[in-house]
Design a binder for this molecule. Structure first.
Ligand SMILES: NC(=O)c1ccc[n+]([C@@H]2O[C@H](COP(=O)([O-])OP(=O)(O)OC[C@H]3O[C@@H](n4cnc5c(N)ncnc54)[C@H](O)[C@@H]3O)[C@@H](O)[C@H]2O)c1
Length: 441
């Protein structure tokens, strides 16, 4: 099968490379000429484990190509995936569909025969209907189908998620689209990946419902963590105690600084907007959004308390900037409001992130960047773990303690426990660790 992928970002590049690895012929198209040149030169524009090798081997086998020219990209294609960004619209938080609709208009003008157009971008219910209208308005060949195939991959584990998905959701209202998508995903049937065929609108909403529920789990455990701190319980154990229940599941029950990233914040807002436009209240998700906003805003207060109440003149080391480990993605990362508030409070911040520095630098003016975790700890009054990169899991806390000026280890991801920190002479400030005299802030 020949496939074109419009948008070569975190989703488009991974999906394109994985489809090529299944044996399909894929051309990835992007407007960003610098990005396409970079990939052609063998350098990945994003940091995603395993991606470079996957892209390289499929280019070498002649199954994966890159271009800025849409007409060239769709020349042999039977299916065209749209994987452009759908950020939150300034002002009202609804999904900004400008990139999607622009891509569809360009596509309609470049098409010479009917194709199956598949939306992989996360788009609000009804976007597929509007895409079909635009294609017709712009004179796309008769017989063109529009399907929805939302993507559920997670950055940092994107290739594995794409190749061994929990499920594939296809929203299609005609047989041609269903047949083409079945053929594209046929290699995954060998892995017994369930494929769900639904109506297009149902598939569009399924993606938002999934992200909203996961965001809710995170906010739930964060509120439980607050309660644990107040009543002397340990949220790690509560999470394990509830997560072993199959009806609940252990994932997304890690208390921390609040969810961030390129999906949950914008998708929860867009879902609320969809509900508002439909005249249907979504009180749970509305609460989740405000709980999470408040949580992110409150993280700097935890650091302030750990250094005696005031941030003025304090030196704070920060470990981890990206919204989660194994990605360079800084979109809506909890580190951003945290660090902004630390700076506003008069602190000096020195941060280290294993891969996020390039993306973080323009977003965090006024901070210093260290070359490693130990350099970030040097002369710090408090060391704050914001992102749980693996390399922060086995730090030599004795060395850290010697390098620091103060004693506070503010562990917003519960990487360490109180006793380990105490042995090194540090005071551990975890999240939701209220048990056995555990200090919380
Ligand atoms: N990042 C994730 O983990 C993830 C997971 C699931 C779903 N999604 C969804 O997938 C979509 C894409 O997300 P992303 O993180 O890959 O975005 P991204 O910003 O990394 O990539 C989007 C790419 O599209 C390109 N583009 C924009 N308009 C174009 C056009 N007209 N023609 C060609 N290229 C164009 C941009 O240059 C950019 O390279 C979003 O809707 C997002 O919500 C993302």
């Amino acid at each position: 099968m020949h496939i074109a992928m419009i948008g070569t970002g975190y989703v488009g590049l991974v999906s394109g490379a994985c489809f090529a690895d299944f044996g399909h012929h894929v051309t990835c198209v992007d407007k960003d000429a610098a990005k396409i040149d970079t990939i052609k030169a063998g350098v990945m524009p994003i940091w995603e484990p395993g991606l470079e090798g996957l892209v390289k081997s499929n280019i070498e086998r002649g199954r994966l190509a890159f271009t800025t020219d849409l007409a060239e990209g769709i020349a042999d294609a039977e299916a065209v995936f749209i994987a452009v960004g759908t950020p939150a619209r300034r002002g009202d938080g609804h999904a900004d569909l400008t990139y999607v609709y622009d891509a569809v208009r360009e596509l309609a003008r470049a098409m010479t025969r009917p194709l199956v157009v598949v939306t992989k971008s996360t788009v609000p219910v009804g976007t597929g209907d509007r895409i079909a209208e635009i294609l017709a308005e712009e004179g796309a060949p008769h017989g063109t189908s529009v399907a929805s195939n939302p993507e559920f991959l997670r950055e940092g584990a994107a290739i594995r998620d794409f190749k061994i998905p929990d499920r594939i959701v296809v929203g299609a209202d005609d047989d041609k689209a269903r047949d083409v998508l079945k053929e594209i995903y046929r290699p995954l049937f060998l892995n017994q990946a369930p494929i769900l065929f639904t109506a297009r609108r149902t598939a569009e909403l399924t993606k938002y419902a999934a992200n909203a529920l996961l965001a809710m789990k995170i906010s739930f455990i964060n509120e439980m963590a607050d309660l644990c701190e107040a009543v002397g319980a340990d949220v790690q154990e509560v999470a394990r105690g509830i997560g072993l229940d199959n009806r609940i599941g252990a994932k997304f029950l890690h208390a921390g600084p609040g969810y961030g990233g390129s999906c949950f914040p914008k998708d929860t807002l867009a879902l609320l907007k969809t509900a508002e436009l439909a005249g249907v209240e979504q009180r749970i998700i509305s609460t989740v959004v405000s709980v999470n906003d408040d949580r992110k805003a409150a993280m700097a207060d935890r650091v302030a308390k750990a250094v005696g109440g005031s941030l003025a003149g304090k030196s704070i080391g920060v470990l981890g900037l990206t919204f989660k480990p194994n990605t360079d993605d800084m979109r809506d990362a909890p580190s951003i409001p945290l660090i902004q508030r630390l700076l506003e409070g008069g602190a000096e911040v020195t941060a280290f992130d294993p891969v996020g520095r390039e993306q973080a630098q323009p977003l965090l003016p006024g901070i210093a960047f260290a070359e490693d975790a130990y350099a970030a700890a040097t002369d710090a009054d408090a060391l704050v773990i914001v992102t749980e990169w693996d390399e922060f899991r086995a730090l030599d806390l004795d060395v850290i303690a010697k390098k620091m000026r103060g004693r506070a280890l503010v562990d917003l991801r519960n990487v360490y426990d109180r006793l380990e920190a105490e042995r090194a002479g540090l005071v551990h400030f975890g999240v939701g660790r209220g048990q056995n005299g555990q200090k919380t802030v």
